[in-house]
Design a protein. Sequence first.
Length: 255
Amino acid sequence: MAVNKNFVVKNGLEVDTNTLFVDSANNRVAIGTTVPTASLDVRGKILSDSQVESFVGKFVGIVTAGAVGVTTMTTLDAVVTGFSTLGLANATSLNVTTGFSTVQSLTADDITVSVGATVSKDLNVGGATTVGGALTVTGNAYFNGNVDINGDLTYDEVNARNLNISGIATVGFATVGNMTVAGMTTTSLLNVGFGATMVKVQGTPATRVGINSIGPAFTLDVDGDINSTGTLRQAGVSLQDTLSGDATALAIALG
């Protein structure tokens, strides 16, 4: 049947059982059902060979855009309730609450990770960083600025050009080029200069210091020669005068 003029239906339209149905009372069109719930209600697959434009899109199932298995999405706001893989994301806020997330490239102003996160390559942080839990670094860590530590610092070995300690420090073993200590320091072994070893031992009855001696028996115990450009004194008396007097007395006694 050919119709050369406008075909007008005033009171709805129904084709076959539910192939096409028009609800004129509610201004709704349905395909695949006779009970439309939206302006256009399609119960089945929609195929388009051109662009589909929508102001707001909501998908409750699986969405594949582009080739099969590849998803390309450019959106101002995306809500993903299942699994998501982001190849490139430019976002001011990315909040992942459930599921697994793999991010290959991400440019964001703020990233909040409520569970464990693994960074396999370089991580560059331009501003301040706060780590609430444990921080484990398996490789080298480089800091171009100052590092401020409010709590304890435990390390196996430290190599320093200048080491300034303003408070109380306990050093078990240290080999440094220059160490300046402004406060109290307790060291069990300290290498000074060209291989010399100075040991300070806290003991009874008095503190003892050994030079080239790890077990000093006297207040000052030197294993080696002693050279002095000044006067050596014993109980405030010059040893030079004492030895000179003893030599004179010995010479008189020997005749």
